[in-house]
Design a protein around this ligand. Structure first.
Ligand SMILES: [Zn+2]
Length: 194
């Protein structure tokens, strides 16, 4: 079920849509049939879920570009990382390239989970923005590969930030789903994931 895209009979409904809206709900199965939580109707199988993750490049807080990573790929991001990499030269103003390495970070996407490794000369910082009290403090990304979760931001150089959009991989949705199932549901019984 997690490996499929689902959509509501109601075309305006984006509750389960992985391409529109800000969240994608995992369908609830009632009597063996996945149903829309709002409209009650059976959900339509909309083909296999393509495992992609979206990244946003923010410069001085403004969106400059979006990138998509495919599952099973390893991608270098930096000033000029070379073939197959995501080159930021030309996307950020000259004065913001100070401290940005040719290959700054390496992103590895496997089994629906994204990992990041620092490959830079001057270092990379990360923070989570998914907390209830807003963005957390910046931490130095160590030499070890670490998980790059939805809502995490990577600061490559001053005011140059790579952000993971709220969209998540099916695997991560599954992890979240399992976590939430083990805690009591809120009043509305919502399982919406941002
Ligand atoms: Zn619906």
């Amino acid at each position: 079920m997690i490996g499929r895209n689902w959509r509501c009979e109601d075309r305006r409904c984006t509750l389960y849509d992985t391409r529109r809206g800000t969240a994608a709900l995992l369908p609830r199965v009632v009597g063996g049939v996945p149903r829309c939580q709002n409209h009650g109707g059976p959900l339509i199988d909309d083909g296999p879920r393509t495992a992609t993750v979206q990244l946003k490049l923010l410069v001085d807080g403004a969106l400059r570009a979006r990138f998509t990573l495919e599952d099973g790929s390893t991608v270098k991001v930096g000033r000029e990382p070379g073939d197959g990499g995501i080159a930021l030269v030309g996307l950020i103003p000259e004065q913001r390239t100070a401290g940005l390495s040719r290959t700054h970070v390496e992103l590895r996407v496997t089994g629906g989970i994204v990992h990041v490794r620092d490959r830079s000369t001057y270092g990379t910082h990360w923070r989570s923005t998914a907390g209830r009290s807003g963005p957390g403090p910046w931490h130095k990304l160590g030499a070890e590969e670490r998980q790059y979760r939805g809502g995490d931001e990577l600061q490559l150089a001053e005011a140059v930030v790579l952000a993971r959009s709220g969209r998540r991989f099916p695997m991560e949705l599954a992890q979240e789903w399992q976590r939430r199932r083990s805690s009591p549901p809120d009043a509305a019984g919502e399982t919406r994931m941002y």
